[in-house]
Each structure stands twice: as structure tokens, then as C-alpha cells.
Write a new protein. Structure first.
Lengths: 280, 326
């Protein structure tokens, strides 16, 4: 074999392997989605959205868990987003030349990947122990801590994408900087910032670990935020590991619900980015 | 700088409106700064809270906690070694499986894929990262583990299990659940993170370098091996470390498939436990201060390990970003 033919053969093999690697990633994604559809669709019924979590052996649904998940996700997003946006604003608008900004950025990136179960332990220590009981507030707080770094990151990225000319134009008109930020830059970067919030919601919608020690779970309907509250991820965890077939079926139904909500959020978030005026 | 401007402005006695705007500006800037400081102190607060919670266990067991294999809630004797060992080994297995595949995906996306397909395929791979941990867990338990039990695991036992030395890693019955299955699930979960970072750092290779190599007749695989990989080495290691940081702390997926045994066994097919799985399984049921405190100390150990790994990853990625910015 000539050197040239050998090099070409090596090239073909390497590229085949890279194709194979990509294919295996995609195949696994579709396998997971397929199992979810196969096992989850039979569990979808009106009961799922009308009844509360049942004792084993009787009919029921997940409405209390769905309600709890929605409530805690909403509270966490409402609490975490402003903190994230303001921190992101500091990094993007006032960070240049400050010694604080690189440190905050560094710590934020670490929080972004920090194990969520440790966040749960932290909230257990600072909220559950002093209050003396598990509560949906504690669950929301844990989720909010997970929201913050996601929003900080996207806010900073999106604000820095806003053209300098826009800022200069506003400043030249005599607007004070806070007005420039709020009325011009936020408006220009709104779609991007919304993307960040949606990605954050997608991230916390399926988080289980931080809720285990904070919101715990509740067998019954409860709308009291100051008490343990059912939520989809923890119910899935409990039901999937149970030996009862009907509980396992409900777990698959819940898994299907969560996954498709999250995939839809992700896809909308990506569409928002590609529609935004300053996308990369 | 801004502070000096403010005093100057006051000295020149500006109009009331001007002065009000300066105050408003100051308030706005200080508010954003205060929240930034808040995010910063969050990290410290987590460390302090966990350290306080771990106090009783630290006093009771000292450094012996890290080296002890004991885990006996009845006698109130606890040790971190099996959980730490399981955390490290599952993550190691995940890295061995995920890094080559992620490199392959990055090569495909940057060198081989038709430009029109790059974004859709990239997004599909990234969707793997969007699927929550608990979904990987339920899929791993009900779908993957039974398949591994009848296909891959018997195959590994029959082939690698017969090799002296290496065989110890693949000894014992195929249970389906265990360290290997957990490592496999973790590999799938961290794959999109490593692939995305690797793809991005591949993109930082100057087109000039790449084109010069093609110009002197290099094949695509030679360009990747001799130009792209050497140029992006730091970034790839950074991306892999980022994945490692994720794998170490991953909880729910591992809890479903690891088998939850507080033992250290050489075989990868045996059940084990990780720090996060131990916490998820036992924390709410822990009775007694020492038990709870030991679990919190486990959490503290996990946090410190991931902090070090993620900080190293971040520093490496910052180096390559700086170079790309030049």
C-alpha cells in the first residue's frame, strides 16, 4: 500500500468513527424519548390531571404533584430572576476594570455546575432546621439558588451583545446610565434575557435532588407553601422505585410530562435566540 | 472612577435634576453591585453552613472519617471511604466512555458535517443535557440496566473477565445495576457538556492554521491530530474537567442504578454507592444527630471536590479564551 493510500484509509476510519460517535449520541437521545413515549403515553389520562397521588393499588393521578412543581418553579423563578438579572447587569455594565467582577464571574460559573444536592443540603441547614419542618418555601429557595447562576450568565452574555453604538446614542442624548440600562439595553436584550429565564425554568423543572431535603413530598393535596408539598420529580423518584405497577406507571406518566415540558421550553428558548436581533 | 465624578459634580453645584440623576445612578450601580456580592457570598455561605452541620461528625471521627469503611447507623459509626470511592470510580468510568465520544462528535461537527446540518445536530446533542437527571435514572433502571444485564455484562465477564488482573474488574454475576451501569449513564449525561465545549474550542483554531495544513496536503484526520488537537489541548482538558465536575455531583440518575451498597468491591459490576446517592437515599431517614451530621460532612466533601475540579476546568478554559481573544 502506498503512503498516500494508507493516509487516506486512516482518514476514512477516523471520520467514520466521528460519525459513529455522533450517531450514538443521537440514537441514545431517541431511545430515551422513545421509552418515555412508550411507557408514558399509556399513563396519560384525565385522571392524571384530576386526581391526587394514590395509595398503592388504587386509582389516582398527579395533580397535587403538578401543582406543587408549578408553584415552586414559579416562586423560584420570581425570586431568582431579579437577583440574576441585577448581578448580570453589574458584570456586563459596571464590571469592566473592577476587581470584583472577574471573581463573581468565576464563582458564578462554579455555582452553575455545582451539585444540586449540595444546594439542597445548604437550604436544609439554613431554612429547614431553623424552621423546624420541611416546606415548599424551602424547596423554592433551593430552586431559586439554581436559577440565579443561569440567569446571571445569560444576562451578562446578552447585555454584552448589545451594540456599543446604542449605548453611546442614549448617553449622548443625556440619559443617565441607569436609564440607559433599563430603557435601552434591557429592551434591546429582552429576548436574550427571556431565553435565559426559560432555560433556567427548564433546568429547575426536573430538579429532584434539592427538593428531597427541602420540600420533601406530600401524599395529599396541599397548597400551603409553609408545609411539605408534593412535586413531580420527588413523586417520580418515590413511585419509580416502588414495587407497585400502578405507581410505576404514574412515574412514567410524570416523567413524560416533565421531559416534554422541558424540551418545549428549550426549543422555544432557542427560537427566541435566533429571532433576537443581536444573535451570534 | 465614577465616585470621583460624583464628587466633582457636587463641587460644581449642578442643577437639581442633574444631582438627582447622579444619586439615582449611584443607587442603581450600588444595587447591582450588592447583588453581585450576594452571589459571591452564596458560595461562602454554602461552605460555612455545611461546615457547621458537619461539626459533630468531624469532632466524633476526625480525619479517620475519610479513611473508614464503616457505615453503621445502629452503632452510630460512619466512614466516607465507600461513598468517596464510588463517586470517583463512577466518574472515572464516565470520563473514559464520554471523552472519546465527545471528541468524535466535536470532530464531526467541525470538520465533517455539512454546514447546514451543524446547528440542528448540535442542538440535538445539547438536548441530551436538557433531559433531567431523574429521567436518566428511570430510563437507566427500567430500560438500560436489564439490557446491559443480558448483553454487555455477560460479554465483558466472558472476555475481559478471563484476563488475569484486569479480570478482577469484571468479576461476579451480571446484576444489571452497579458501578459500571452508573458510569455509563453518567457518560451519556456529561457527553453533551464535553462535546459542546470541545466543539467551541475547536472553532477557536485560526482558519489560517487549518488551511495551511490542508494546503500542504494534510488529510482531515491529520489536520485534527497535528493542528487542532495540539492547539486546543488546554480547552479539551478544561471541557473534560467540566464534565467531570458534573459527573461527581450527579445524583438522581446514579441513585437509581448504582445498587446502593456501602462496600468497596474491585469489580465494576458490583453494586456500590456514591456521596450523592447516599445523601438522596438516607438523608431524610437519618435518625440522630451524628448520622445527619455524617451525611452533611459527606456533602461538604463532595462540594470541596467538585469545587476544585470545576475551578481547575474554569482556569483552563479561561486560558484558551484569552488566546482566542488575542
Amino acid at each position: 500500500m502506498t503512503v498516500y493510500a494508507r493516509r487516506r484509509a486512516t482518514n476514512a476510519v477516523i471520520l467514520m468513527l466521528s460519525l459513529l460517535a455522533t450517531a450514538s449520541g443521537l440514537v441514545i437521545l431517541f431511545l430515551i424519548l422513545w421509552s418515555l413515549l412508550k411507557n408514558g403515553v399509556p399513563a396519560l389520562s384525565t385522571d392524571l390531571f384530576a386526581k391526587t397521588t394514590p395509595p398503592p393499588g388504587s386509582n389516582g393521578g398527579l395533580i397535587n404533584a403538578i401543582y406543587g412543581s408549578v408553584m415552586m418553579t414559579v416562586c423560584a423563578t420570581l425570586a431568582g430572576t431579579p437577583i440574576g438579572v441585577l448581578t448580570g447587569t453589574f458584570l456586563a455594565e459596571y464590571g469592566r476594570g473592577s476587581r470584583l467582577a472577574p471573581v463573581v464571574r468565576f464563582v458564578n460559573d462554579i455555582l452553575l455546575s455545582a451539585p444540586s444536592i449540595v444546594i439542597g443540603l445548604f437550604v436544609y441547614q439554613v431554612m429547614v432546621v431553623p424552621m423546624g419542618h420541611f416546606s415548599a418555601w424551602a424547596g423554592s429557595a433551593a430552586l431559586a439558588i439554581i436559577v440565579i447562576p443561569v440567569v446571571v450568565r445569560t444576562t451578562e452574555d446578552m447585555l454584552t451583545l448589545v451594540p456599543v453604538g446604542l449605548r453611546e446614542a442614549a448617553i449622548a442624548l443625556g440619559a443617565p446610565q441607569w436609564k440607559v440600562v433599563i430603557k435601552v439595553i434591557y429592551r434591546a436584550a429582552l429576548q436574550g434575557m427571556l431565553t435565559g429565564v426559560m432555560l433556567a425554568i427548564a433546568r429547575i423543572a426536573g430538579e429532584t435532588a434539592p427538593l428531597l431535603f427541602t420540600a420533601l413530598n406530600n401524599q395529599f393535596w396541599s397548597s400551603n407553601m409553609n408545609a411539605p408539598m408534593a412535586n413531580l420529580p420527588v413523586v417520580i423518584f418515590q413511585f419509580a422505585l416502588s414495587p407497585y405497577a400502578d405507581w410505576q406507571r404514574l412515574a412514567w406518566g410524570g416523567a413524560l410530562l416533565i421531559t416534554f415540558t422541558i424540551l418545549v421550553l428549550n426549543i422555544i428558548a432557542r427560537l427566541l435566540v435566533s429571532w433576537s436581533s443581536f444573535s451570534r | 472612577m465614577a465616585a470621583i465624578n460624583t464628587t466633582e459634580a457636587t463641587a460644581r453645584v449642578p442643577s437639581g435634576r442633574m444631582r438627582r440623576q447622579r444619586v439615582e445612578d449611584l443607587v442603581f450601580r450600588s444595587t447591582t453591585r450588592a447583588f453581585a456580592v450576594g452571589v459571591l457570598s452564596l458560595l461562602g455561605a454554602v461552605l460555612v453552613a455545611l461546615a457547621i452541620g458537619a461539626g459533630p461528625a468531624v469532632r466524633a471521627f476526625g480525619f479517620g472519617f475519610l479513611a473508614s469503611q464503616a457505615w453503621n447507623p445502629v452503632k452510630d459509626v460512619f466512614g466516607a471511604l465507600p461513598a468517596v470511592y464510588g463517586t470517583l470510580v463512577t466518574s472515572l468510568v464516565a470520563m473514559i466512555l464520554a471523552v472519546p465520544v465527545a471528541l468524535g462528535i466535536a470532530v464531526f461537527l467541525t470538520e465533517l458535517c455539512p454546514p447546514m446540518m451543524r446547528r440542528p445536530i448540535g442542538i440535538l446533542i445539547e438536548l441530551l443535557a436538557a433531559i433531567p437527571s431523574i429521567i436518566y435514572g428511570i430510563w437507566g433502571l427500567f430500560v438500560l440496566a436489564p439490557v446491559l444485564q443480558v448483553t454487555v455484562q455477560p460479554f465483558l465477564i466472558a472476555t475481559l473477565g478471563a484476563v488475569p488482573g484486569l479480570g478482577l474488574l469484571f468479576a461476579g454475576p451480571p446484576l444489571g445495576l452497579g458501578i459500571l451501569t452508573a458510569g455509563f449513564i453518567l457518560a451519556v449525561m456529561i457527553l453533551p457538556f464535553i462535546a459542546a465545549v470541545t466543539r467551541d474550542v475547536f472553532m477557536t483554531v485560526p482558519a489560517m492554521l487549518r488551511e495551511s495544513a490542508y494546503g500542504v496536503g494534510a488529510t482531515t484526520s491529520e489536520v485534527v491530530r497535528d493542528i487542532v488537537l495540539p492547539y486546543t489541548r488546554v480547552g479539551i482538558v478544561g471541557g473534560a474537567m467540566l464534565g467531570l465536575g458534573r459527573a461527581l455531583g450527579e445524583t438522581m440518575a446514579v441513585t437509581f442504578v448504582i445498587g446502593n451498597a456501602h462496600r468497596i468491591q474491585a469489580s465494576l459490576l458490583a453494586p456500590g454507592t456514591t456521596i450523592s446517592a447516599t445523601l438522596a437515599n438516607e438523608f431524610t431517614e437519618a435518625v440522630g444527630d451524628l448520622y445527619t451530621s455524617s451525611l452533611i460532612e459527606l456533602g461538604l466533601i463532595l462540594f470541596v471536590i467538585t469545587f476544585v475540579v470545576l475551578a481547575a476546568a474554569k482556569l483552563m478554559l479561561m486560558r484558551i479564551e484569552e488566546r482566542a481573544a488575542k
